[in-house]
Design a protein around this ligand. Structure first.
Ligand code: ZN
Length: 165
């Protein structure tokens, strides 16, 4: 165990992580991208991960199993639907995993995820791609620091050293 700052609300946690599904398939990882800095207590990471990180210190390494309810939610809605390419706003990049906002039939904004792009055809879903999945995290805390004033105003971390974006 380390003996530095503990992760708590309004502090920045800097973590390396690997996320796998129940079959050990890697869904996401900080490897190659560098450690991720996030502002604790502001909902910038999924609730299950935020809860698991509470009180941890630099040097702590642990595994975490997160149920869908504490992750990206249960899978709801009709499932992936094909949408004609012409229906997308010009500024939306048609890449699997991208999210964008659209207007629903009731005029309300809905968030849609692109779940499949194949041979010029595009499928979207209202559910997050990881909804309904139990998530297996392997986490290592690299550093914990106080957030600066600007980060607190913005509600998110500004990277490893708090530099402005
Ligand atoms: Zn900012």
């Amino acid at each position: 165990m380390g003996h530095g700052l503990e992760i708590a609300n309004n502090r920045v946690g800097i973590i390396d992580y690997r996320l796998t599904d129940a079959n050990g398939r890697v869904l996401d990882s900080s490897a190659g991208r560098g450690a991720m800095a996030y502002l604790h207590g502001h909902g910038n990471v999924i609730p299950g991960l935020e809860k698991g990180l509470e009180g941890k210190q630099a040097g702590d390494r642990f595994k975490l199993v997160v149920a869908p309810a504490d992750g990206y939610g249960e899978k709801t809605g009709p499932g992936p639907q094909e949408v004609p390419k012409e229906a997308f706003p010009a500024n939306v990049r048609l890449t699997k995993g991208n999210r964008f906002e659209a207007e629903g039939s009731d005029g309300k904004k809905v968030v849609l995820w692109i779940t499949k792009v194949e041979a010029g055809r595009v499928w979207v879903d209202t559910a997050h791609p990881l909804a309904g999945k139990t998530l297996y995290f392997d986490v290592e805390v690299k550093e914990v620091r106080e957030a600066n004033r600007e980060e607190l105003e913005h509600g998110h971390a500004h990277g490893m050293h708090g530099a402005h974006h």
